[in-house]
Design a protein around this ligand. Structure first.
Ligand code: ACO
Ligand code: ZN
Length: 167
């Protein structure tokens, strides 16, 4: 799968040799970091929703996702297949050009293809850019977890129904 987006950006599935680039982007964009083996294990177990965005041959953004099973947080409580957006980020100089949207849109298409009924994620309550992106993509705030992050900040849990996917 290769998807062309405007202004010379490209969204594609990640390869093992992209992990260093993903780790670099994560290190300069987010306070939540993971071990190299965590990235590798997600790439091996969920290769279709581990995506990178490229510009002029360089990785400038990523989406790391995982399929999980759990209770849907809205409506009648039932066990569902869920697409978990673990982490998404775009380098500062490439933001606000639609790259985050395209990464998420591509991941949601893959989650839907694989039979996920919902997609969910956690986000810092102060992270307005990300919350706006998720709302724009149809996610709703369904829960708040007090002190979720290591510095004590709360997280919103946001969920999107994929059965009525209008992306
Ligand atoms: N202020 C307000 N709204 C914003 C902002 C901003 N600075 N940036 C994006 N948005 C919203 C807008 O609604 C925007 O649509 P518009 O441009 O038409 O108004 C919409 O998001 C889509 O914007 P994109 O250009 O597609 O998103 P971008 O490529 O800039 O990436 C992202 C958004 C990934 C949140 C980026 O800001 C980023 O990397 N931030 C740092 C890392 C981060 O916070 N990641 C999310 C953590 S939570 C998690 O990973 C589950
Ligand atoms: Zn999460």
């Amino acid at each position: 799968m290769v998807l062309l987006i405007p202004e010379g950006y490209l969204i594609r599935k990640a390869k093992e040799e992209d992990i260093d680039g993903v780790i670099y982007i994560n290190s300069v964009t987010l306070p939540e970091h993971y071990t190299t083996s965590f990235y590798t294990s997600i790439l091996l177990s969920n290769p279709d929703t581990f995506l990178v965005a490229e510009h002029e041959g360089r990785i400038i953004g990523y989406h790391m996702g995982r399929i999980e099973y759990g209770l849907a947080l809205r409506g009648f409580p039932k066990f569902v297949k869920k697409g978990h957006v673990i982490s998404i980020a775009v380098l500062k100089e490439h933001r606000r050009k639609g790259v985050g949207t395209m990464l998420l849109k591509t991941a949601l298409e893959e989650f839907t293809k694989k039979g996920c009924e919902v997609s969910f994620l956690e986000v810092r309550v102060s992270n307005e850019p990300a919350i706006n992106l998720y709302k724009k993509m149809g996610y709703e705030i369904v829960d708040k977890i007090t002190g979720y992050y290591s510095d004590g900040e709360d997280a919103f849990v946001m969920e999107k129904n994929l059965e009525t996917n209008l992306i």
